[in-house]
Design a protein around this ligand. Sequence first.
Ligand code: ADP
Ligand code: ASP
Ligand code: MG
Length: 407
Amino acid sequence: MHKRLIVQKFGGSSVANVERIQNVAKRVVAYRKKGDDLVVVVSALGDTTDELIDLANKINTDPSEREMDMLLSTGEQISVALLAMAIHKLGFEAISFTGAQVGIITDSSHTRARIVKINADRIKKALGEGKIVIVAGFQGVNLDQDITTLGRGGSDLTAVALAKELKADECEIYTDVEGIYTTDPRIEPRARKIDEITYDEMLEMASLGAQVMQARSIEVAKKFNVPIHCRSSFSDKSGTMIIKEVKLMEDVVLSAVTLNRNEAKITICDVPDKPGIAAKIFKELAENGVNVDMIVQNVSHLRQTDISFTISKSEALKAVKLTKKVARSIGTGEILEDEDIARVSIVGVGMKSHPGVAATMFDTLAKNKINIEMISTSDISISCIIKNQSAEKAVRALHEQFGLAKA
Ligand code: ADP
Ligand code: ASP
Ligand code: MG
């Protein structure tokens, strides 16, 4: 019989303490006993990455990105070693590697590096020697031998990229919920598990804040058609298959409601209403690597207008600085920053063919006395920026209104 090669990824919560690491080891060994070859990708223990970021910020509020990568990559180095030890204790052979050791070569964009290629010889050799291979997620190395990281949630990307490179038979992403749900089950306990979801919908959900899968990992899975099984590390139940096409697509208008609390809003007041101004502002941000998301320019009175846009909270400080600089040069009014916002979105391929979805969304928010500050749409999603304090209420109301809740 064909020997299967399985790539498994265990997230931070799945390896948060000694007992959980031992559980992961048991699961890996159970597969091994069936004769499978295993490449196991692991994230940092529990909240280690957040704690390291906090630590860095206490030392320097604007740390060098190269040093950030040097620091953050240590989290995963701890977990791979501990998992290897736990597997040894069960009497099986395992060997742990950093991203650099297994040839995950990236570009040099520190903290959000892209994988350029993978030289998987070392993994193949270890597998050939009968070892369980354990790889540190979220990290790689650039051509100057500097350690890089792949963006938050990047262990998902490590797993998918390895599954592609090694032509794995399966790619399993183990997490602390039983799969992909119609909304975050921690916000809405009545959220339903989805059995199958397309890359496109999952990508949209991930980009709009569903933390369960990293968006870039889904981009790679889609590009190379790598099926992903997202499931719980605490049970044996099957989870959600993330694939190219699903069987029961008709009649589903919406698949999910998502929430993103990682954005901040910047408003430039009293901007001269003449050609070229917006270009100046957004060019400055782009040239300095700040990613702008939603943009709204309101109706102009007296040849002046307000421009608001959102960026990631982690870039807010930099964005405000840059915006103030341009604002001074073109003579605008105040610059306001608001971090107390949330983006609530609805996602579904079905909305392409069902009119009135946007109206229902706005109406539901209105009925719940939730004010919409900004709106944006794509082919398969609609997002509203609202006050953070109403975020969970909005998620639950939309989930209910669109009939996503468990019967
Ligand atoms: P890991 O540490 O395993 O990588 P993450 O914290 O990155 O786990 O992702 C899992 C979390 O994603 C869940 O605990 C859940 O709260 C959150 N989540 C948000 N939206 C969804 C969704 N639609 N379906 C499932 N989980 C979701
Ligand atoms: N430890 C990294 C993070 O917290 C990578 C991951 O968990 O996937 O973002
Ligand atoms: Mg994650």
